[in-house]
Design a binder for this molecule. Structure first.
Ligand SMILES: *Cc1c(COP(=O)(O)O)cnc(C)c1O
Length: 427
């Protein structure tokens, strides 16, 4: 047993090792433009891959249901302290395994099954956990929705208010997965107060922008703020909850034992590392560059003749209406994939096409900004995207772009210990 315990991954399990190797090369050689993805630092990777994975730590720092939690307490307290420093807020729950579980816990803390919730429609940029019928949120609670305006394609706060007055939700949920504009947190809180609702804001996509000071913060306005830690915040795949002190106990109980068992202590440790990084001045520069890159990308795409939903962007992502050029989002995703650019198909507001063949693609800059790319690279990438979409049925052209993409990617190496060969790797 001891012998097997000391084998490397390659020795112990060649199949998994090979998949990991291929994934590493894929991440190096392509241009990662999925708006919800990022590359964590070596330090975050090290913590996430650490022996903390061996530890049970049910409960909270200082009151655990297991012995030997003194070091688990240290990393969890670091998450709480650093998140408070970074975002303000009175109480932090560091344990949600994911953004969805953070939301499930936030709802459970303040709602009863059957209560009405009001969230942004998925088809208009919202998230599954904001009331979609296939999600726990749409089954356990009574979902109602607000939308974006047809003319501006920005949140229709008047409609939100009207629906809130009619439906009297117990919670109003803000936040989105595919919304390129800023939010009016004060207006949402005003509506929540008017109808006696709890205001929950899910800042999963924009947490890193908020941390970096380039996006207003929902924390002073919301009763509960939830987030993922792996998107613009550039931490491990996990969640976090920030709330006012009066809700602290309810939130903590909702996470454990309400929704989860033991925390993933290795992931909690990695969250501490990522939050430490986000507190450093370099992170402000990073967040600023994400937005600058996105603006450059938006301008270049517009110049190439593409219509952007809402006409542009204030944050880290754009929604491109490719159907305006007669291209389906699914076709675009496939063609760009062949060209080495990873994006996802996405519905656009008031889409006339179905979700699996929608009218748009969502394109984001957080991951490429981590690699050190700036405005000139974004303009070059827009040229490639436009070309790949135009020539989407010509595999030779797509393959040629893929080579150029790999060359650019190689100029912005990712993990030093995994620098790929300069030639394009066939897989
Ligand atoms: C990504 C996302 C989530 C869910 O995060 P998971 O960690 O995948 O569960 C929740 N809300 C919003 C707005 C998101 O964008």
């Amino acid at each position: 047993m001891t012998d097997r315990m000391s084998l490397t991954l390659a020795q112990a399990d060649p199949l998994v090792a090979a998949a990991l190797e291929q994934e590493t090369l894929r991440q190096h050689e392509g241009l990662e433009m999925i708006a919800s993805e990022n590359f964590v630092s070596e330090a975050v990777l090290e913590a996430a891959g650490s022996v903390f994975t061996n530890k049970y730590a049910e409960g909270y720092p200082g009151r655990r249901y297991y012995g030997g939690c003194e070091f688990a307490d240290i990393v969890e307290n670091l998450v709480r302290d650093r998140a408070r420093q970074l975002f303000g807020g009175e109480h932090i729950n560091a344990q949600p395994h994911s953004g969805s579980q953070a939301n499930a816990s936030a709802y459970a803390a303040v709602l009863q099954p059957g209560d009405t919730i009001l969230g942004l429609d998925l088809a208009h940029g919202g998230h599954l956990t904001h009331g979609h019928r296939l999600s726990f949120s749409g089954k356990l609670y009574r979902p109602t929705f607000y939308h974006v305006r047809r003319d501006t394609e920005q949140i229709d706060y008047d409609e939100l208010e009207a629906v809130a007055e009619k439906e009297k939700p117990k919670a109003i949920i803000g936040g989105a997965s595919a919304y390129p504009r800023l939010w009016d947190f004060a207006r949402m809180r005003q509506v929540a107060d008017k109808v006696g609702a709890i205001y929950i804001f899910d800042m999963a996509h924009i947490a890193g922008l908020v941390a970096g000071g380039v996006h207003p913060s929902p924390v002073p306005h919301a009763h509960i703020t939830t987030t993922t830690t792996h998107k613009t915040l550039r931490g491990p795949r996990a969640g976090l909850i920030i709330c006012t002190q009066d809700l602290a106990q309810a939130v903590d109980k909702a996470v454990f034992p309400g929704q989860q068992g033991g925390p993933l202590v290795h992931v909690v440790a990695a969250k501490a590392v990522a939050l430490g990084e986000a507190l450093r001045p370099e992170f402000r520069a990073y967040a600023t560059q994400i937005v600058a890159n996105c603006k450059a990308l938006a301008e270049a795409m517009s110049e190439a003749g593409f219509r952007l939903v809402s006409g542009g962007t204030d944050n880290h992502l754009i929604l491109v209406d490719v159907f305006q050029k007669g291209i389906l989002g699914s076709e675009a995703e496939l063609a760009l994939g062949k060209a080495g650019v990873t994006v996802n198909k996405n519905s656009i507001p008031w889409d006339t096409n179905p979700p699996l063949k929608p009218s748009g693609i969502r394109v984001g800059t957080p991951a490429l900004t981590t690699r050190g790319m700036k405005e000139p690279e974004m303009r070059q990438i827009a040229v490639w995207i436009a070309k790949a979409l135009e020539m989407r049925n010509d595999d030779a052209v797509l393959e040629r772009i893929r080579g150029e993409v790999a060359e650019l990617a190689n100029q912005f190496p990712l993990y030093a210990w995994r620098r790929p060969p300069v030639a394009v790797h066939a897989y």
